[in-house]
Write a new protein. Structure first.
Length: 94
């Protein structure tokens, strides 16, 4: 099953979203059924805006967001620093 994953450590929300958009495979952006997003408490107060932006930019049928104390993604584990991870998973039907 094809999927794309991206990680950012940008502290500023719009910069973090822009980096995620740039890193995610463009061929999977419009065909994803599910986007799973993990973000650190640094971005928790902006969770609704973050998820809304990713929904608009990636167009998944469903989006799931979770605040995590540490985030693992794309060859790195991030603790005690701002981080977002976005994984787009095209699946048959969710």
């Amino acid at each position: 099953m094809p999927f794309s994953s991206a990680t950012t450590q940008k502290a500023e929300l719009s910069a973090a979203i822009a980096e995620l958009i740039e890193k995610v495979d463009p061929d999977l952006r419009e065909q994803s059924d599910l986007a799973v997003v993990f973000f650190t408490p640094d971005h928790a107060r902006h969770a609704e805006s973050l998820l809304r932006s990713l929904k608009k930019d990636f167009g998944p049928k469903h989006i799931l967001g979770c605040v995590a104390e540490s985030v693992a993604g794309t060859g790195v584990e991030i603790e005690e620093a701002p981080a977002d991870v976005d994984a787009d998973l095209p699946v048959g039907s969710v």
